[in-house]
Design a protein around this ligand. Structure first.
Ligand code: ZN
Ligand code: ZN
Ligand code: ZN
Length: 127
């Protein structure tokens, strides 16, 4: 049987979720990268982390599925693709994501604007 479109999967390191074109792990992840922690209509975004080069729907997913602590993106690497849109599957650099606000520059999907409150967890943008 093919997986249902709403199937939830939890993937622990060193395994990766095979449904995505990029390396991705998380807790109860749906096909649009919603997770056990962020499950709203606009929570369709995953972030790559420089410590493992693996995408996660959120920092809690990273902490639950990776065997190490999360490392933030240093400012010098903001030109690296770091954000995955769960709707179209395209990736965006940290610099573009941080400069364009809560939507996908490729397909226009709206992302959760509350994510901005957590940007300092993922990006070196203090002050
Ligand atoms: Zn990591
Ligand atoms: Zn999560
Ligand atoms: Zn998109």
């Amino acid at each position: 049987m093919p997986p249902s479109p709403s199937e939830r999967r939890t993937t622990h390191a060193p395994r990766l979720d095979p449904r995505f074109d990029v390396p991705l792990r998380g807790v109860a992840v749906d096909p649009a990268t919603r997770c056990a922690h962020y499950d709203g209509p606009r929570d369709i975004i995953a972030i790559r982390l420089p410590c493992c080069d693996v995408y996660a729907p959120c920092y809690q997913c990273h902490q639950a599925t990776a065997p190490h602590d999360l490392v933030r993106w240093p400012r010098a690497r903001f030109d690296t693709p770091a954000v995955l849109c769960g709707r179209c599957g395209a990736t965006t650099t940290a610099a573009t994501y941080l400069n364009t606000g809560p939507s996908c520059v490729h397909c226009g999907a709206a992302f959760n604007p509350n994510c901005a409150a957590h940007h300092t967890r993922y990006f070196e943008i203090d002050g």
